[in-house]
Design a protein around this ligand. Sequence first.
Ligand code: AGP
Length: 363
Amino acid sequence: EQAGKGEYDHFMLKEIHEQPTALAQAIEGRIDPTNGRIALEDFPPGTFDGVENVQLIACGTSYHAALYGSLALNQAGIRATALLANEYSVTAPPVDDDTLVIAVSQSGETADTLSALRQATAAGADTLTVTNVVGSTAAREADETLFIRAGPEIGVAATKTFSSQAVMLTLLAQRIAADSRGEPPADLQSLLPDLAQMPSQLEDLLATDDAAHIARQYQGSQSYFFIGRGLGYPVALEGALKFKEITYEHAEGFASGELKHGPLALVTPDTPVFAVFTGEEDEKTLKNAEEAQTRGAPVIAVCPEGHRAVEVADEHLEIPDTDDELAGLLANVQLQLVSYHAAELLDRPIDKPRNLAKSVTVE
Ligand code: AGP
């Protein structure tokens, strides 16, 4: 097992550091270099003709990626909703001929997700799986499959597969919009070059040790809060899930604007607030963070250098400048590192947290 970890103490850290390669593999050959268009040759032209409505079903970290994907679809002009697969049997919205149901699952074996996928199939929806595992049950059962090509993920805490799922869903959103409406949205001219430089930006980010410093500084706090808006919201949820999963400390993620509707009552000088800035109404998110700061909470801004939040926050974790659609994914990597280092300080069994399994095969 040690041999498989290479130079790293844990698979989780190794897999965090594999993200530049994983992303490069995910996008390789899937963007046409002659015209900068998304090719996604996994699907013949017109595969998504007539898709008006998308439901994304998933659990845990994959649900956060699905939420990210649903927002990317909405921004591309397609109606989309992310739904917890374990709630689908009691809350599924109706499906019709124009509905595509996308199951998002690293393993392709999660019982809750398979059950929701089968329900959608029985209801007559077209289905697609976004997964990491070739030959998995979800890949075999869905009409179409998009492999994220992240390579094996051993750590129970999903890291590189979240990033690859979110990137592939962002590309898929553009492809669905293009098939459904005839033309992709114009803002691809910013997204695609920034996507191409994401692996090297991640290399730079992974070479810093700011996250380890933050983990040390706020060690022993009562609770850890994560806030974000728009695409920063699934990142806040994911930051909190990762933190609680491997540190066993209390952590919660909130939509920034929700803080004042209740959670602010929990905020004290002993509850650091990580605020994720993704370029979507950042001024509002900053105001929400300041509301926590006024109650004594230390605020850690996750944002590009030169952002106004750097002056206001107590600390910051830097992310490289990029397209708004990708900023949250860079922020998420900083948060993965904070969780990892916090768990390491507590000497937790990082790759195998208590009570959890890599793939949950019971409902
Ligand atoms: C996250 O770190 C967990 N391992 C968990 O939430 C996981 O994402 C969830 O169980 C879904 O697994 P899947 O992607 O294999 O379907």
